[in-house]
Design a protein around this ligand. Structure first.
Ligand code: C2E
Ligand code: CA
Ligand code: CA
Ligand code: CA
Length: 277
């Protein structure tokens, strides 16, 4: 038996207590944050590797908290999922992305925007109808919107998920499987999914040129995806050599810190203006 003294227990308990109070505060404040526009979208470019042009971006949400500053999504997305706030959050994200689409159009920038969809959204029968109506009401072409979905979004109720995805795709939205390679879905399940694109998870890309296993995985994923008629996005590109390697292998799009970190609107526009793309 390891010796644990009483003091350690007290410290441990105090930490749990502190965390749960903080968590409770975040739950309540998140509701206010969504209502009062404390959320903000950052944009990360997706480079078309063949054309060497930025035609797409991924919108990534942050919470600009009045006291805590910028809170990353990994901190509050799980809370939103557990407290029935994912619907409101995703609607906010999509609405903001639609406004951004028009702000870029006014600048002469034709940009396709990808937003992240949670498993909770696909459990809601109304979700896809809301998306399709919202795009029509806001005059945003469906072709300008990509929805990124993780594999786990499909496992809890595959029938409902596939039904919603099919309807979204029939209406012209682009669907992308996010974090590909990290989930547990079988190839048989993936084959059934009505999607257009795979995003290879950054864990296979970040150290690609140092790791032969990663090269084999990425190469075979590209082959598999292309044979299934899917486009491939590689995320987590952190250096020039990796970008060139992926371009040579006919990967369609690349995303990562080597090109740009996710940036707020104005900084993104400045970056785009001075980039070679
Ligand atoms: P994700 O969808 O897989 O997004 C990619 C994450 O990888 C982003 O983190 C991005 O900043 C980071 N990243 C991009 N390029 C690189 C790179 O080259 N190297 C490294 N190390 N990281 C890179 P972020 O913005 O913190 O988002 C984390 C996750 O939070 C996202 O992962 C997504 O699952 C979730 N998320 C973000 N925004 C939303 C949203 O609006 N709705 C939902 N449901 N989830 C969101
Ligand atoms: Ca994503
Ligand atoms: Ca991802
Ligand atoms: Ca992820």
């Amino acid at each position: 038996h390891a010796k644990i003294n009483k003091r350690d227990y007290q410290i441990y308990d105090a930490n749990i207590d502190k965390n749960s109070i903080e968590r409770f505060q975040l739950i309540n404040e998140l509701k206010v944050a969504i209502e009062q526009n404390q959320l903000v979208l950052y944009y990360q470019p997706k480079l078309n590797l063949a054309k060497q042009k930025i035609t797409h971006v991924e919108a990534l949400v942050r919470w600009n908290h009045p006291a805590r500053g910028i809170i990353p999504p990994d901190t509050f997305i799980p809370i939103a999922e557990k407290t029935m706030q994912m619907d409101a959050l995703t609607r906010w994200v999509i609405t903001e992305a639609m406004d951004q689409y028009h702000r870029w159009q006014l600048l002469g920038i034709n940009m396709c925007i990808a937003v992240n969809i949670s498993a909770e959204n696909l459990k809601d029968e109304q979700f896809c109808h809301w998306v399709i109506n919202a795009l029509a009401e806001h005059n945003v072409p469906v072709a300008a919107m990509t929805l990124e979905i993780t594999e786990d979004a499909v496992v809890s109720d595959p029938e409902l998920a596939v039904k919603q995805l099919t309807l979204l795709r029939k209406n012209g939205l682009t669907l992308s499987i996010d974090d590909y390679g990290t989930g547990y879905s079988s190839l048989a399940q993936l084959k059934q999914l009505p999607v257009d694109e795979l995003k290879i998870d950054k864990s296979f890309v970040q150290k690609l040129l140092e790791n032969e296993a990663d090269q084999i995985i990425v190469q075979s994923t590209l082959q598999l995806a292309h044979n299934l008629g899917l486009k491939v996005v590689a995320e987590g590109i952190e250096d020039k050599a990796t970008l060139e390697w992926l371009t040579k292998l006919n990967c369609e799009m690349g995303q990562g810190f080597y090109l740009s970190r996710p940036l707020p609107e104005q900084q993104f526009n400045d970056w785009l203006g001075q980039s070679d793309y």
